[in-house]
Design a protein around this ligand. Sequence first.
Ligand code: NAD
Length: 256
Amino acid sequence: MCVETLARKIKKAADFISNSSYLVAFTGAGISVESGIPPFRGADGLWSRYNPETLELNYFYRYPAESWVVIKEIFYDFFGKAQPNPAHLALAKLEKMGLLKSVITQNIDNLHQAAGNTVVYEFHGNSQRLVCMNCNSHYPASAITLDTLPPACSLCDGLLKPDFIFFGERIPMDAYSFSMNAAERCDVMLIIGSTGEVMPANQIPPVAKRNDAVIIEVNPEPSRYTSAITDIHLEGRAGDIMTLLLELVEKKISKM
Ligand code: NAD
């Protein structure tokens, strides 16, 4: 059996990316691990420390103050301090180079935008915005003090909620249709740090595959995608692999 070395696989991936006409990235919690944000699942995951019920819509409506204490701790005191890592920065660079057309992210941490990506489809919303459950006004999280919980809308005094989807909520329609469209159009899809277990987000990469896109996956572990649709699995941490991949792509593009 021929086992390809990681270096060879990164070179092959760099060739596909350099020659692509419509590259799209699909990212999950794993891309933000090196920024200090743990995934939800697994031994060190957030659900080993917190009760996932906090993020159920019904629970939030019934116990907004209790929910907000946990939400504040996880998503504002903790996520709020995280900075983009080399993997986020590599995707921003690929967009600047004109190769990466969009990022479809399941993450709610705003780190792709902080890194400089401008076309980001937020499949699950964004923790850095708050929405009023009464009048639908939106606020940047930085504009709301979380000294008194739950926070209230300054226009109508309604309950404010983070603008990411809770268990029991629908995917934002625009994010869904833009993501599907990007998956149908792309000729190369880069999947970074996703188990592929969360529905319906996990339906996006198979759409790209059915439309003949080359699937490149960056993940230290195999995922649901690996044996099913992945063409090149780059086993390693997102920051390390994306740094090497970007270096090769930059070299190739400069010679074209
Ligand atoms: P997941 O938690 O199910 O899986 C994370 C994946 O990342 C795993 O496959 C793991 O092997 C991989 N991984 C771990 N470290 C990595 C690294 N350094 N580099 C690359 N990959 C690494 O993630 P998911 O598939 O995105 O689903 C989780 C859900 O939880 C999503 O819906 C997401 O919205 C949400 N979530 C978001 C954040 C965030 O915004 N940063 C954090 C936790 C959970």
